[in-house]
Design a protein around this ligand. Structure first.
Ligand code: SAM
Length: 201
């Protein structure tokens, strides 16, 4: 007999409460039903603030699990008086689970994700097949996923994960229509970028 993993009821209650708060915020932001430029793990929000200022007609949402990074990102957003930009303190899976049914991404950015270099920690890397599957549920055909890292082994793993994934097609060129070096990009001696497009209809 296969045993189901034990999940403590208190933990389930915490997740459910977290997601219900996020659902309300997402519904408010997405009342215009516009497609979303999503940055996952936005840190202090440098990239998305500059992107949103340069694309005032696009709805941008940045999320991060570290609260004080989001507070700093929100301060940037307020100073720039941007109404098309929102930052949320959220885990990536919680955010995906809290989006309204009809919400769709027009582009996804993941810039310098935590590399988790030790082998026993690889399981913590965010970019995994199940994550790409969850994102594809909210992407349309051709939605680009732009990924950048300075940690070469993670780049190799990400390439292989996209290449083997039924929902995504790796693009031969990593076209990057907007550049603004993030904090981690500024520190990196060199980095690698890839772009994959969603295949789902
Ligand atoms: C290495 S930092 C890069 C930050 C920023 N993108 C940059 O380039 O400066 C990775 C960020 O991903 C965030 N992060 C890690 N796991 C996450 C998750 N499950 N959901 C949301 N954000 C996450 C971390 O808190 C951190 O701010």
């Amino acid at each position: 007999m296969i045993k189901a993993p034990l999940v403590k009821p208190a933990y389930v209650a915490i997740i459910s409460q977290r997601r219900s708060g996020l659902r309300e915020k997402c519904a408010e932001i997405l009342s215009s039903r516009q497609a979303i430029i999503w940055e996952v793990g936005c840190g202090h929000g440098h990239f998305l603030t500059a992107y949103a200022a340069d694309h005032p007609d696009q709805l941008c949402i940045g999320i991060d699990i570290v609260a004080d990074r989001i507070e700093r990102a929100e301060r940037k957003c307020r100073r720039a008086r941007l109404t098309n930009l929102h930052f949320l303190h959220a885990d990536a899976y919680d955010f995906l689970a809290s989006l309204p049914e009809e919400a769709r991404f027009s582009a996804v950015y993941m810039l310098f994700p935590d590399p988790w270099p030790k082998r026993r920690h690889h399981k913590n890397r965010l970019l995994q097949a199940k994550f790409l599957h969850a994102i594809a549920q909210k992407a349309g055909p051709g939605t680009p996923f732009r990924f950048r890292t300075d940690f070469e082994p993670y780049f190799g793993e990400a390439r292989a994960t996209f290449a083997a994934h039924p929902d995504w097609t790796l693009q031969p060129e990593a076209s990057w229509p907007f550049e603004l070096p993030t904090i981690f990009q500024q520190k990196a001696a060199r980095y690698h970028s890839l772009v994959a497009e969603c295949r789902r209809h």
